[in-house]
Design a protein around this ligand. Sequence first.
Ligand SMILES: C[S@@+](CC[C@H](N)C(=O)[O-])C[C@H]1O[C@@H](n2cnc3c(N)ncnc32)[C@H](O)[C@@H]1O
Length: 281
Amino acid sequence: MESEHHPDKPYVLATGEKAVSRLDLLEQIFGPATRQLLSAAGLCSGMRVAEIGCGIGLTARWVSTQVGAGGSVTGVDSSPGQLRVAAEGAAETGATNLSFHEGNAYETGLPRDSFDLVYARFLLCHLADPVKALAEMSSLLKRGGILVCEDHDDGGIFTEPATHAYKRLVEISDAVNRSHGLDSSIGLKLPRLFREVGFRQPQVNVNQITVLRGEEKRFWELTLREAESAILAAHASTSAELDAICEEMRKIAQDESILLMLARVTQVWARKPGSPGDRGL
Ligand SMILES: C[S@@+](CC[C@H](N)C(=O)[O-])C[C@H]1O[C@@H](n2cnc3c(N)ncnc32)[C@H](O)[C@@H]1O
């Protein structure tokens, strides 16, 4: 199916130093499952890997330890601020097989048919034309190379018992996404989108991330605060309502009788068909 392209509106969350605390928390929450995913998909020593929408480079740094000195990792992001933090972090580790480049997911500028594995996490949910980005990622892979993506869908965010704050979070998120031409259900659509760009037999795994206590339970409160300007610009809420929602979220975070379904993450991976007639993994 031909994808319909909407021009992207600016990224709605913080970048650079202001993004660090939330992306560190994001890594704490989602990092373990990401590492399992990449290992299950076939990440190994010596591979040439690209990560698109790499943020501050936390996953890329771990991948660089897996591919070793004989492999390499190239992180791409459209935000110079994220890349500055990523490069500083990489310099601290002394990794020589890790580099970062400014680029757009639709047209990365990376060499075609060159990578063994291409990976993206929580990137496609920010893009108005995810199929175009997937096609670009596919074009970077060698034949037989592995495409790995993970993303969430807003249906996986709720509390038990139900709370006003989290119901409104999903409504507000959906309103902002619609105003930016973004899809709140992108995670669950990933297997279908992989097929659209030629990966006919994708593998899939879905994780429902659930928390009862700890800093992780404040993830959406921090995210809402970062997205405040975009929310107000989309007329999806008001400052007064956001204050009230964040206050309720803080109380929920301290209340261990409330279970927070933090996110449902769909992980998809597949091999690029290696020869005519090869159906891929
Ligand atoms: C939610 S963050 C995720 C970062 C990282 N993948 C992670 O999981 O920690 C999304 C990232 O995508 C980047 N991004 C957004 N639109 C992009 C585009 N069109 N091309 C490249 N990167 C983009 C943002 O700058 C941001 O760093």
